[in-house]
Design a protein around this ligand. Structure first.
Ligand SMILES: [Zn+2]
Length: 279
């Protein structure tokens, strides 16, 4: 499932190839992909509009349009947003649910086998241009930043496991199962630690780990796992999967101390951690 680094990679790619282009034709074939509004309304709202930017909050991506509305993209479990250069004439992949043709002849295609992902156009934007339907999301660790004192206040207000805290999109937006495990490892904290038991030093370590891990993963263009589900805008894989310390590495040696990485369940999700150097 794409998380903040993967969506940020798409955002940067989109900025490079699609910003400034006009949408000339829209086709929606998937039944669930456009569900907040009738697909015909979606297509009408988008056709003829110029893409003015590419922005992100948490796992949501949006493109401000030239009529003060925005196209919002949420990949959820298995969505892919792919750009096909003009004249590429690639056949439509299975599970292609929406195609946006641009004025340079290129296409943006939304492919989504599990159909949890969605697209919508909204004019309901806050003064900063952020779609109001995303208002309940918490801080984005890279867009808004997260410092030790704020992290400590956020942790103190919750009585839950660290893993559940990191996954809660109303606290910090953008972290999912994979990066939650990597962040806990970097912070040397077990994912099942209680948030209200963490002291100031641990909170500082955690805020630093969140920023570092997500920034490094963005620099490596995200993680593509063996299922190949996440691809960047041009269909290429990310590179951060080669640098995972614990995620998907149960039984393999911890890169810090050599003890075998363990896998258990925390907050209803799998959690990977080193039993020796995460306390
Ligand atoms: Zn270790």
């Amino acid at each position: 499932m794409p998380e903040l680094p993967e969506v940020e990679t798409l955002r940067r790619d989109l900025e490079r190839v699609a910003v400034g282009r006009r949408v000339v034709e829209v086709s929606v074939t998937g039944r669930r992909t456009v569900r907040r509004q009738p697909p015909s309304e979606f297509s009408e709202a988008l056709t003829g509009r110029r893409i003015e930017g590419a922005r992100r909050h948490g796992k949501y991506l949006w493109a401000p349009l030239d009529d003060r509305r925005a196209l919002v993209v949420h990949l959820r479990m298995s969505g892919q947003l792919l750009h096909f250069a003009p004249g590429a004439a690639a056949p439509l992949a299975e599970h292609t649910h929406a195609v946006l043709r641009l004025d340079d002849g290129a296409e943006l295609r939304f492919v989504d086998p599990r159909t949890f992902g969605e697209l919508f156009v909204t004019g309901d934007l806050d003064p900063t241009g952020r779609p109001r339907p995303l208002a309940s999301l918490g801080r984005d660790p890279l867009v808004d930043g997260i410092d030790p004192s704020r992290m400590r206040r956020m942790l103190a207000g919750r009585r839950t496991s660290l893993k559940a805290f990191l996954l809660d999109q109303h606290q910090l937006a953008g972290i999912g199962n994979l990066y939650a495990d990597e962040v806990c490892f970097r912070a040397r904290l077990r994912p099942d630690r209680r948030t209200d038991g963490l002291d100031a030093r641990q909170a500082a370590r955690l805020s630093r780990a969140v920023t570092e891990v997500l920034s490094e993963a963005v620099a490596a263009r995200g993680s593509t796992l063996s299922d190949g589900r996440y691809l960047d805008l041009c269909g290429g894989p990310g590179g951060f999967q080669h640098r995972h310390a614990v995620y998907g590495r149960a039984g393999e040696p911890c890169p810090r101390c050599g003890m075998p990485v363990e896998r258990s369940r925390v907050a209803g999700r799998s959690a990977h951690y080193c039993p020796s150097c995460q306390g």
